[in-house]
Write a protein that binds this ligand. Structure first.
Ligand SMILES: [Zn+2]
Length: 78
């Protein structure tokens, strides 16, 4: 039986919101990937915006979401 220990804290990964137990290698992030993403966010100044999910793939999706308006592929009117 494991000896009494302080109950491990659970925090949410600042990047993706996954529950992470304190003391992990990449704490407070769920993994190396999220830690790097977080660094990248700071670098890009994304932290100004409060966004619950910031993931490279999601960012790509967001970027592509506006292509209806400003997409130059098919030409608006000719
Ligand atoms: Zn994460």
């Amino acid at each position: 039986m494991p000896s009494r220990k302080r109950p491990s804290k659970l925090l949410r990964c600042p990047t993706c919101g996954t529950l992470v137990s304190a003391g992990g290698e990449d704490f407070p992030f769920c993994g190396d990937r999220c830690r790097k993403i977080d660094l990248g966010k700071w670098a890009m100044g994304v932290y100004k915006i409060t966004s619950p999910i910031v993931d490279p793939e999601v960012l790509e999706d967001l970027g592509g979401a506006g292509k209806d308006r400003r997409g130059g592929t098919s030409g608006d009117r000719e």
